[in-house]
Write a protein that binds this ligand. Sequence first.
Ligand code: FES
Length: 245
Amino acid sequence: MDDKEEELNRGRRTFLKAMIVLSAGVAVAGVLKGAVTNIITPLVGISSFPTMELVGADGKPLLYSDIPVNTPTTWLFYYPLTNDPNFLLNLGDASGNPVNVPSYDVPIPATGSTYKFNGGVGPKGSVVAYSAICQHLGCIPPEIHYYPPTQTVPGTSFSGSSNPGYIHCSCHGSTYDPLKGAKVITGPTSRPLPNVQLKYNSSTGTFSAYSMVGPTIYGKVSDLSGGTPYASSATTVTVTNTGIP
Ligand code: FES
């Protein structure tokens, strides 16, 4: 073997050693990164959906008469965890009369399956609640927004009689129908908005959130984890009129 060949082989050996060291370093870094991530962001959650009474900003129970029909501004409450925004809507027709929202088997285009939306609650059966996180890529209010009947939905052909009251996300154009369990009207989303199940106590006139149905909240592995829970002693959740028109 001449000097030149020896030098070439030495170069190859040095390169191979460097690659082995580099691979080991990357593997260790990967393990450490996973460990650090787990230490910094532990999976926080709860074991079941809590039952929480809806209250207003004054802490008093929210009554049907407090919620305007066709909810002209964005009313939000956070459930089941403190970082999960949901719309509270009192749905009406084009004349502003509350609409009795029937139960509906909501299709999930992404999977081909369906789930049962129980319909509206309250004295008129017109109060519903849905996740306010778009199922396409996670936009939140004001980008995702409820447009009452006949109102023009910006950037779409929905206006007048072609808008029976849709939720629309201006980020990329997804549209949902709150009268039918927030089913998908236009993509790019292929999943409906998750539905917060409400119950109405007719003797007290109050509302409570007690569960969710539909797809998992966007960006989560489970509706019950990946956020900050309420205190275990909490029995109420505040509904806020954000004033966003
Ligand atoms: S995030 Fe709403 S349409 Fe894309």
